[in-house]
Design a protein around this ligand. Sequence first.
Ligand SMILES: [Ca+2]
Length: 281
Amino acid sequence: MTRPAPGPFVAVAVAAAVLVGCSSTASSPGTVSTGTRPGTVTTMQGSAGVTPLRVEVVAVHPHDTSSYTQGLEFAPDGTLYESGGRYGSSTVREVDPQTGEVLRVADLPAEVFGEGLTLVDDELVQLTWREGRALRWDAATFDPLGEIAYTGEGWGLCDDGERLVMSDGSAALTMRDRDDFSVLDTVGVTAAGAAVPRLNELECVGGTVWANIYQTDTIVQIDPATGEVLAQVDAAGLLSPAEAAEADVLNGIAKVPGDGDTFLITGKNWPWTFEVRFVPA
Ligand SMILES: [Ca+2]
């Protein structure tokens, strides 16, 4: 992956970030954006035992602004998959991580709202928001392979190699069987004892789970065994104010495969994906 220097807009945008509290009335991924800038989760700032991190931008790549990003994940070979939401325009797609070009795309039925996406062996599993349907796709051909029914809302999904980890907009993570999607366990996520709600897009990495917090610029790292937040990333300011005004919230995190320590992050209808490293704040 080439790594051009990040654009000058990154530094400019940092100063323009606006903090908003946790009392936002919106609570679902389908809620229309209020137009305010997302902010950090103020209740977690300074929490004992939570390592504060920030993003160091390594590279910036184009992103299809028509994609209401709900899931983002690399295959081990570097193939990038993305799930897009909204009724009538939800998709599953393969994207060139360098150019943002959509290489393959399959449209979802108009009555479902695409959500989190993960690769389980050779197939993609894609959640839907309120439809209770996990859609299965052949990762090589994008042929539909059927569905699995589940109860409750679907937000984020990742595969730790042994179990699937799923979020539903609450402060809980649900562990599911990789084969039949049955519930194996549920863990409440807390930061210094306080519940951390609105867990959204997920990424399973090295025995931990990274999670976007809906309607914020915060990403947390969770110990799935205990639910404890280990680290909190402030990812505010990646977009310029003008770009942010045209885009929706930060959502989408994918570990770049290989031995490196970088992640690709983006947002709903964002013009860019950012390859970043999480470093001490
Ligand atoms: Ca992900």
